[in-house]
Design a protein around this ligand. Structure first.
Ligand SMILES: [Zn+2]
Length: 594
């Protein structure tokens, strides 16, 4: 789906990048750029820069880069069109209807079919649960005290104990084998002469996306067996890292906090108990994307984990990801080794509400977990614990919080608060120094990572040469006019680079200045936008035209050689190789002149 360049220009013109980003990140002017704390990674010193002239942002810490549209895509977890819509809305612009490219139209059509297919499958499972085949499953669900209305709301169903009933049903409904395979619900058998259902003899939980569309299923076994839970595989409509079970319901609650649990059953019981702002992870570890998704709908999260060792470990793993995502994190531990489902059944929802209210800050939880590992009656061990706790507290960026936790640790250990605070401060200072060094290292690492995306142009130097050549062509039209005659965009052999170079060529032909933020808009995928933005954040300074010409000469040679190497490695006849070698010789003697 796309908008015309004129529409995009209008949207970007009316949404100045400084103003838009300023609504998310406090920015301070420094020279020609604005700086702030990067919203995409956790940091204490600002390495996130926004350039008003180029209308681009760039983070020296994590390498995030792009224009105002990429920023909205990244921070709101939107796709290109959604971001454009949001910005148009912000500026009060009426958008024309977006059009699909033929390729996107095909993809959208498939998605549409897969939503329909999941819908049909969901109905089939629901019907089966309420048929003779589902009797045992229904008994189980009723025994777990899930009310009839909740069963319907969550669309709980049952997949029959045969291997191809869903396959037959979907075929009858007019879905093609290709669509069924792409849905992940049907699998080709191992002899490759037939198809069967992925799920059989399981209680089925439809998984909905934020908009409430069924995009996958989770299946729970009733009797003993492995695996206890089975999820749909990733498909064009289901990305485990970007979805949380129940997010469609939690979102509607518009609460400040969202409760996070481990399993479907816990999620449903908590929802039924009246805490409707609850989600469950989909059997994968917490990801940055999950944190971003949650951040869209809440500022706080309460992690609910079983109070056993596995639960504690899972919570400790999730905490840093959620904290880095900018969420305020609390932890709720269900007492006496129970899971939330059991606890609510035994003690009622009112008691569970008390637990929610009394959830502790994640730092308390971390310190308590650490404390269990040390015998505080032993002098040595007490010292070790105090140091470890000080280390944790030093992660907090607020001095008030650091002081409060230092006080707590002092109370627990008997070490004076002043001593704990000093220990914390020392570590904090040292980490800040390390952080600065580390962020410089990261910047370099990120830079090379971005450069690794396209393997073809990764012959050392070629990537850099292409970037700088495009940059120079975009900044000096007289250079560009000359380069145009010598170098075809296809010779760049990197999709992003060749598209940008032809954009720059077109601008120069039409006599207008190439706009970095416009160049970024050629792409709707965040990865490509990042590479594109990276070209224009280059800040190469040349003393005079002579040194520019020299650089361009070098770059053209490197690019042409890399291209010929590519042709040679793909040549199928000796003649082709010979011709490539001749070309290579010509390049040796080539000299770029204005
Ligand atoms: Zn960053």
């Amino acid at each position: 789906m796309y908008y015309s360049p004129e529409v995009l220009e209008e949207v970007m013109l009316r949404n100045d990048i400084i103003g838009v980003i300023g609504e998310y990140v406090p920015l301070k002017k420094k020279g020609s750029s604005y700086f702030g704390l990067c919203p995409f990674h956790n940091e204490n010193t600002p390495s996130f820069s926004v350039n008003a002239d180029k209308q681009l942002y760039y983070c020296f810490g994590c390498g995030a880069a792009g224009n105002v549209i990429s920023f909205i895509m990244q921070i709101e977890n939107y796709n290109f069109v959604e971001a454009v819509e949001k910005l148009a809305d912000r500026a009060g612009i009426q958008l024309p209807k977006a059009e699909f490219s033929p390729e996107d139209a095909k993809k959208e059509k498939l998605k549409e079919r897969l939503f329909e297919l999941h819908n049909a499958a969901g109905r089939f499972f629901y019907k089966t649960l309420h048929s003779l085949q589902g009797r045992e499953a229904l008994e189980y669900i009723n025994k777990r005290m899930i009310s009839q209305s909740i069963q319907t709301k969550f669309g709980i169903g049952f997949s029959p104990n045969s291997r191809d009933e869903l396959f037959k049903h979907l075929s009858q409904k007019g879905f093609s084998v290709d669509e069924m395979l792409k849905s992940g619900l049907i699998i080709e058998n191992k002899y490759k002469n037939g198809y069967h259902d992925r799920f059989y003899n399981r209680i089925m939980f439809p998984i909905f996306d934020v908009r409430g569309r069924c995009i996958a299923f989770g299946g729970r076994i009733i009797q003993k067996g492995e695996p206890k839970y089975l999820n749909s595989p990733e498909t064009i409509i289901f990305n485990k890292k970007r979805n949380l079970y129940g997010i469609n319901f939690a979102k509607a609650e518009r609460k400040k906090e969202i409760i996070i649990v481990e399993g479907y059953m816990d999620m449903i019981t908590i929802y039924q108990a009246g805490f409707k702002n609850v989600v469950a992870s989909l059997g994968t570890a917490f990801s940055k994307e999950h944190a971003m998704l949650l951040k869209k709908y809440a500022s706080d999260v309460i992690l609910v984990f079983d109070s056993d060792e596995a639960g504690e470990k899972a919570a400790l793993r999730a905490i840093p990801i959620l904290v880095d995502g900018g969420l305020k994190v609390k932890v709720l531990q269900v007492p006496n080794g129970k899971d939330p489902d059991e606890y609510i059944k035994q003690n009622g929802s009112k008691e569970f509400g008390k637990l929610v209210l009394n959830a502790v800050g994640y730092m308390d939880f971390k310190i308590n977990c650490a404390k269990k590992l040390y015998n505080l009656n032993d002098m040595e061990r007490k010292m070790d614990f105090t140091k470890e706790a000080a280390n944790m507290i030093s992660e907090l960026s607020s001095p008030v919080e650091r002081e409060l936790y230092a006080q707590k640790v002092s109370e627990q250990t008997g070490v004076s608060q002043k001593a704990v605070e000093e220990e914390v401060l020392n570590i904090y200072k040292k980490q800040n120094m390390d952080f600065k060094k580390e962020s410089e290292k990261k910047r370099i690492r990120n830079y090379s990572q971005v450069n690794n995306i396209e393997k073809l142009s990764n012959t050392k130097g070629a990537f850099e040469a292409q970037k700088e050549l495009i940059y120079l062509c975009a900044s000096k039209s007289e250079i560009c006019t000359r380069v145009m005659e010598i170098l075809k965009p296809e010779e760049l052999r990197n999709d992003v680079f060749s598209q940008i170079l032809s954009y720059v060529y077109n601008c120069v032909i039409e006599g207008k200045r190439p706009e970095p933020s416009e160049a970024v808009n050629i792409f709707t995928e965040p990865d490509k936008q990042k590479i594109a933005a990276n070209i224009f954040v280059l800040n190469t300074k040349f003393e005079d035209m002579g040194s520019i010409v020299k650089a361009v000469n070098e770059e053209i040679k490197i690019i042409k050689k890399a291209n010929i190497d590519y042709i040679t490695s793909n040549a199928s006849t000796i003649e082709e190789v010979q011709e490539a070698l001749n070309l290579k010789k010509q390049i040796e003697n080539f000299e770029f002149k204005l």
